[in-house]
Design a protein around this ligand. Structure first.
Ligand code: ADP
Length: 203
């Protein structure tokens, strides 16, 4: 069983492309979901965050106040480094555990699973993957689609894009590229071809 990485900038269409793979029967693990799970109430990581930043970093119900944590680390690179040193290994271990559980599912007949992650190439997560699929759109489409989906302003989206890997560098690291500029039927055709390539390569 191989792990294929699926990545792209914010609003490029990772979730959309993952769902299209899903329609072909492909299972996936979403690194954003895992990043939330590892800091749920009761986890060791959340206890360490509360010990480090103080109980004020928690909401009344004991869950992590993500907005507050984002503000703290945005303003302080040392705190950001501390948080990443704590969370990246924990997220990676949990990703491996969840990917492996797909692997050992006897009902699963395909030779690969997807790891969907916005930070696949920025972290060591790509080391878990045999191939990297990049979902690509020009920055203007990224901005428009993200603003259409979320309540972010243009400036906020531009700031997030500026903090992510530049488009050209991401494309250089791609084994396969999904051009997500056209309508969904066009994306489905591309995903179908990539899926066939992987089934032949790993089947
Ligand atoms: P990501 O997971 O990379 O952040 P999404 O898959 O959520 O991106 O896509 C961002 C937004 O753009 C969503 O609202 C989605 O429905 C829309 N979208 C994605 N692909 C297309 C497309 N080919 N045409 C039109 N809208 C799209």
């Amino acid at each position: 069983m191989e792990v294929i990485g699926l990545t792209g900038g914010i609003g490029s269409g990772k979730s959309t492309v993952a769902r299209i793979f899903g329609k072909l029967g492909v299972h996936w693990v979403d690194a954003d979901d895992v990043a939330r799970e590892v800091v749920e109430p009761g986890t060791q990581a959340l206890a360490r965050i509360a010990a480090h930043f103080g109980e004020g970093i928690l909401l009344d119900d004991g869950a992590l106040n993500r907005a507050k944590l984002r503000t703290v680390v945005f303003e302080n690179p040392d705190e950001r480094a501390w948080l990443e040193a704590l969370l990246h290994p924990v997220i990676r271990d949990e990703l491996i555990r969840q990917l492996h559980s797909k692997d050992t599912d006897p009902g699963y007949a395909l030779p690969y699973v997807l790891l969907v992650s916005p930070l696949l190439l920025e972290t060591n997560q790509h080391e878990l993957t045999a191939r990297v699929v990049v979902v690509d759109v020009p920055e203007e489409i990224q901005i428009e689609r993200t603003m259409g989906r979320d309540t972010n302003t243009r400036e906020q989206v531009e700031r997030i894009i500026a903090a992510q890997m530049p488009r050209e560098k991401r494309l250089q690291k791609a084994d396969e590229v999904v051009d997500n500029t056209q309508e969904l039927s066009d994306v489905e055709r591309q995903v179908g071809e990539i899926h066939k390539t992987f089934v032949v390569a790993f089947g």
